[in-house]
Design a protein around this ligand. Sequence first.
Ligand SMILES: Cc1cc2nc3c(=O)[nH]c(=O)nc-3n(C[C@H](O)[C@H](O)[C@H](O)COP(=O)(O)O)c2cc1C
Length: 209
Amino acid sequence: MTRRFADLAFTPNVCAQQVRHGSRTQYARMQATGGEPDRLGPEETEFLEDADSFYLATVSETGWPYVQHRGGPKGFLTVLSPQRIAFADYRGNLQYVSAGNAVGNDRAALIVMDYVHRSRLKLLGHLHFEDVNEADAELVRKVSPSGYSAKVERIAIIDVAAFDWNCPQHITQRYSRQQVEVMIDSLRAQIASLEQKLEEARRQGSAAS
Ligand SMILES: Cc1cc2nc3c(=O)[nH]c(=O)nc-3n(C[C@H](O)[C@H](O)[C@H](O)COP(=O)(O)O)c2cc1C
């Protein structure tokens, strides 16, 4: 956990819980008030740019948190700089809950999962959306996945405040269909070759009888 993440996540109520459960002394050492936002390093950049989905939480004017899924082809999440990430936001159910929430409160949280390697990255940041027709054309080009049919409506830009890696505990290993297809390709080839050998043996057997 970065000191910045602890600073943002460890509110007075959170600290009170840590005191109650005996972990405050340990966690207080991690906390540093103020200071610069975290910067994404090569490990975070590679992880984020390899993702094909993540969960995005925003905060409404009524104080309710709102979590929504965002997905796309691998690479749809772009790291623009060590402190800025972006993605193309597609036309959906026309509810615009995340977009509306970000107008009133730009605080957002992301959780990005890699089920294959059982790792996850949590990220806090400031989110704003830019209409695709008003955004910088170079930015739109950079964040819009090529060959993906969804209609890009706006660009989501997140200025990173802090991030934290989590341990793999309780993450069930899962593979996407595409990953499974690659894994079973060699098995398919093996089955085809065995079937061919079996067929040849059958033919030789019936010719001999
Ligand atoms: C036709 C259509 C219907 C959808 N219906 C739902 C739905 O009922 N619930 C849902 O969570 N997402 C639904 N989605 C996906 C959301 O529209 C999409 O995740 C969008 O980004 C949600 O943004 P928001 O929750 O920030 O408003 C639908 C998408 C399309 C294209």
